[in-house]
Design a protein around this ligand. Structure first.
Ligand SMILES: Nc1nc(=O)c2c([nH]1)NC[C@@H]1CN(c3ccc(C(=O)N[C@@H](CCC(=O)O)C(=O)O)cc3)C=[N+]21
Length: 298
């Protein structure tokens, strides 16, 4: 007789809903006692369909919790100065407590220059070099932690998954997910390895992971056989693959073969409904903590 164990499905959609409810009641409390309305500004450059969708979803999420949203939309061929002008306006606008520049930016724009222009006090994405530098330093704390990796950590915490002393592997080394995710795991006292496109024998390293965070953006990259039995899998990948059965003509899959992995892992996030909804919840959470810091509220 064979025993096939199956893993706990980490319900990011449910956790994100709970967090948004918590944020909504705090926002209402702050409005009631001080009259202050938290505000989030989003800057969108160009007309990428995916970016437009994300920005629309962020606005909707803001509305639902009572955060006021501000938006600046610039054409694809705008200059760095145009973008920086909008950032400066939001930096000095007292109704705005968080500023997010939707990425990716067009090729001709220097991303670092733009992200540097956001005042660190309102950098709710946590992408300012000073916030990232502080995240990397012992004994220092960033004002804001990037939303997607923060959402991964929040899922681990809310499912009582111990991190201290564990072996954690991160797949991917991007500035917005892989790198900060590895730093957060290390800050939580895991021993980390980062696997990327030039890593030799990634499988061998991945198999050592007690906790795996995958942010590769490659559909079904990680096979069930690559996992240590009982590993916890956080799948950040949101990859569209052709699917004639689906009305949209595509479906979303993660970086990890979910079917295979769910009989090996002890817990795993689905795609969709895993990390994605947490990213937006963390953005709202960062905006709330920003308004509290700026106005010195409890
Ligand atoms: N400055 C900046 N900050 C970002 O945080 C940022 C960005 N740029 N550029 C693009 C990425 C991507 N991103 C996602 C947010 C929510 C979902 C999400 O909610 N996904 C759902 C729904 C997926 C669907 O059905 O379309 C899910 O996974 O269940 C996904 C991806 C934020 N990003």
């Amino acid at each position: 007789m064979t025993t096939q164990s199956s893993s706990i499905i980490i319900d990011g959609k449910l956790v994100a809903k709970k967090i948004r409810d918590e944020i909504a009641s705090e926002v209402a409390r702050i409005k009631g006692s001080t009259g202050i309305v938290p505000g989030l500004a989003v800057i969108l450059v160009g007309s990428r369909k995916d970016s437009q969708t994300y920005v629309r979803n962020k606005k909707k999420a803001c509305e639902e919790v009572g955060i006021e949203s501000f938006e600046a939309t610039l054409p694809e061929d705008c200059t760095e100065e145009d973008i920086i002008k909008h950032i400066s306006d939001f930096n000095s606008n007292p109704s705005v407590h968080g500023i997010l520049v939707q990425l990716p930016l067009p090729q001709h724009i220097n991303e670092e220059k733009i992200l540097n222009a956001v005042t660190i006090e309102k950098d709710v994405d946590g992408f300012h070099p000073l916030n990232i530098g502080r995240l990397a330093m012992q004994g220092r704390d960033p004002l804001f932690v990037p939303c997607t990796p923060k959402g991964c950590m929040e899922l681990l915490h809310r499912y009582n998954i111990e991190i201290k002393g564990k072996r954690a592997v991160v797949i991917g080394r991007s500035n917005i997910v892989g790198m900060p995710a590895a730093l957060l795991l290390q800050r939580a006292n895991a021993t980390i390895s980062i696997v990327h496109s030039k890593t030799k024998n990634p499988e061998e390293i991945i198999r050592q992971a007690d906790i795996l965070i995958s942010a590769a953006g490659v559909p079904n990259l990680v096979r069930g056989s690559w996992l240590k039995p009982g590993a916890v899998v956080i799948d950040v990948g949101i990859n569209a693959v052709d699917d004639s059965e689906s009305p949209r003509g595509y479906k979303l899959v993660g970086d990890v073969c979910f079917g295979e992995a769910s009989s090996v892992a002890s817990a795993i996030t689905p795609v969709p409904g895993g990390v994605g909804p947490m990213t937006i919840a963390m953005l709202l959470s960062n905006t709330l903590s920003s308004v509290k810091r700026i106005h010195d509220l409890k």
